[in-house]
Structures are given as C-alpha cells and as structure tokens.
Write a protein that binds this ligand. Sequence first.
Ligand SMILES: [Fe+2]
Length: 478
Amino acid sequence: MQKIILIILTSISIAANAQTLPSTNDYFIVTPYLQIGAESNDTSLELLWHTKDTVSKWTVEFQQNENTSWIKSPKVFFNKINISNTAAFVVYNALITPVAAGNDFNYRVKLNGNIIFKSFAKAPKSFSQPYKFVVFGDIGAGSKSAKKIANEVYKANADMVAVTGDIVYEQDTIADYRKVFWPIYNAQKVDSIGVPLMSSIPFVAAVGNHDADSRDLNKLPDALAYYYFWSQPLNGPIAKEGSPLVPILNGSEENKNAFYTAAGKHYPSMTNFSFNYGNAHWTMLDADVYVDWNDSTLKQWVIKDLENSQNMTWHFVAYHHPGFSSSIDHFEQQQMRLLAPIFEKGKVDIVFNGHVHNYQRSFPLHFKPQNKGVLLVGGKENKNIRGRVVNGLWTLDKQFDGKENTKANGVIYIVTGAGGKDLYGVEQNNNPDSWQKFTNKFISNTHSFTEVLVNGNILQLKQIDANGNTIDNINLSK
Ligand SMILES: [Fe+2]
C-alpha cells in the first residue's frame, strides 16, 4: 500500500514538474545545444546533451509553430564517454528533421515521457533567404571580457555562429569545457555568467592550437574533447595518425583506446570540412603547426571543395592561425599563406582567423608565395612553437573602401581573435607604422566579435566591441 502511495505521489510530482520544468541540474551535465551535424543541410540540425552515466529513455520532439503537431525525432543516439580521469557520462544526439529552412521552431526533450527541457531554435537558412552570422575566436577564456562579448553576441541575435578556434583554454579537456565553455555559451538564461546561445543557435567551429595540440593522453586523459562534443560534417580529406594532417597520439594503450572509442568516427577527420549555409559555402580548416600544408592531398581537397561549390554566391574560409597578421605575437606562423593562391582561384571572399587576440582586416589581396616556407623553431617567448615564414609578393586592392567601392578584387583576411583572452599588441593600436602593408584596419585595444549580414549579393560586415559599439564597418557586393 505504501508503495502504491509513493508511486502516486511520485507521478503527481513529475506531472507538476512537467508544467514548470524541473531543475535541469538534476538531469543534465550539459543541457541541449545545437550543431549543424554530420549531414549538414538546410532542413536539419542535431541536438546534443550530456547526462550522468545512466542510459535512459530520452526522446526529442519538435514543432514548426504553436499550431502544428509535434514530430518525434526518429532516433536518439548515445555515446558513453569513459575516460580514466573523469566520471563516466553520456553524450546524446538526436537528429531534428525536417524543419522548414529559415524558420524558428520549438523543441522539447523528454525523459521517460516527461518534458525536461524545451526551447526554440533557428533552422538553417535556404539559398534565397537573408541571414546573419557571427564569427569570433579565442573565446574559451572564461574571463570577464569573454562573458561581455558572449552577451553582445546574444544581443546580435544571429542565425549561426562560427568559432575560429581556441574554443577552450587551456588544453581542450572535458574539465576545461565544463569550466569555461558550457556555462558561458550554453547557459539557461542571461545572467552574470553566461547566455543561452547554443540552445537556439547552431555553433560551428574550426580547431585552434588549444583545441588540438594536446596529444599526450597520459598527461591529460580527457584532452581532445572537441571530438566528443562537436558534431560537424565528415566530408574532409581522410586522415590518419602520423600523416601530414594528424600528429601521433601518445599515451598508454588503455588511455588511447578509451579516447578512440569515445571519439568514434569524429577522430581524426573532423578538423577539415565544408558545408553550405544560406547562399554561402564555408570551408573550415585545421591550421595547426603540425599540419603540412605543402601536402598535395590537403591542397587537392581544398581545390576540389571550392571548385565544387562555385554555384554558391559567397565563399568563406575559417581557420585559426592567420597567414596575414601584423601582430608581433605568432608572426612567424604564416603557414596558411601557402593556400592563398588556391583561395583566390576558388573565389573566396573572406577568410576568418583567430589565434591573434585582436581585430585586423586586410585590404583585398592576391598573394604569390615565393617558396614553400621556411620552418623555424621558437616564437615569441615560446621555444617549442614551430612557425613557417612564407615570403612572397602581394598585390593590394586599395580602391576598395567598403563604402563607395564595395567590389573587392582579392581575398579579405580578417583576424577576429579578440573573443575574450588577453589582448595582443595593444601598443600597436595607434601605431600604423608597425602594421604590415596588407593591413587596412587594426584594433587591438578592445575585445570584439564579427557580425555579418548577407542578403543575396550584398554583405555587411561589422566588428562590434564588448560594449556593443561598432568599431569597423564595411560592405561588399557582387
Ligand atoms: Fe591560438
């Protein structure tokens, strides 16, 4: 009898909770967040969330608007993460499809039939719809500035967010993500810590050195968490450890096997990929110094990727290490200049980078590398960082001003690495003599992010600081 009463009371309690939604802390390690997913297209998204190590009956439902019926996600996948220095947990993944391109939709996540979480989400845009996206890098500092920038990004109300690497400091561990990433970008509400961005807006990311450089799983068994937490297209070049794309993984067999099992098909290829969003094609690359961009497999893949996407109006490329930067920090890491001729041939409009913690915009430019680059060891204050200096000849389009003349002749390179980590080269802000000749705008005295509005053949780019002020503004047209 007591048992029956208990069951009745529990049922009443769950039913009551279903009205108000229970505390998410009771159910989630990380609440639901959106990804473009392995099969990125304009009618689907993936929803991921993390829970403790108990595989339970989770379901996801979505509706196009209040007047339409709820559709059940066909399947909820789960992946148990069992790493030696972290309590085992589960990453769930539900495909949400078909959604109407460009429209907001509602979704709810249920456990054993009870609603535990609900939100709205922005479906990807179709080719003909206008859209807004945000780009920023070096965001995972957990600093006051990172929080202020996150707040401004939230206010920008973008349709998609692209991160140009250094997603989390310091070492891409599961612990780092829990400390400096989820609480800020995937909060439940706007508060002094974070904002609810990722529950409604899909994030996409290129890896930075802090996301992919730790390859010793004995030192950091929970490193390389990028491969557990992101779900991005797997259409890049097929990679193997020890190849020009992927360094050898070190650690005990036990730690390595735990990593391989948890990372699954994401490792090691998910660092180079491409996708379409609206009328733009995006190519996301791994620019880390361990990658040899003289390798023909890599170059051929980028050439083909751009060739095959010429039906798209805009071409954006995103990666971490800028080839064209005027900062003293990381100046020797110019390896990505080797790809400039490929970008030009592929009609790339804008390259977005991070790594250097400030904002820089180049003139539209063409670049001819004179050689394959000189490999150096040691950068500023760091004897272990390699850098490849790539000399060459550049041609600048100084007629383009982004106001009267909006047709760019060449690729515009943007460094947008001022997302929250300590700023680089503040002393260069008012010293144009210290800038390279290809640099048109250099703002290093404030944190900032990039906002881009695209409407058909017209593009408006703004750089916005932590107080919401526009600090740079250009238009592009075709
Ligand atoms: Fe970096």
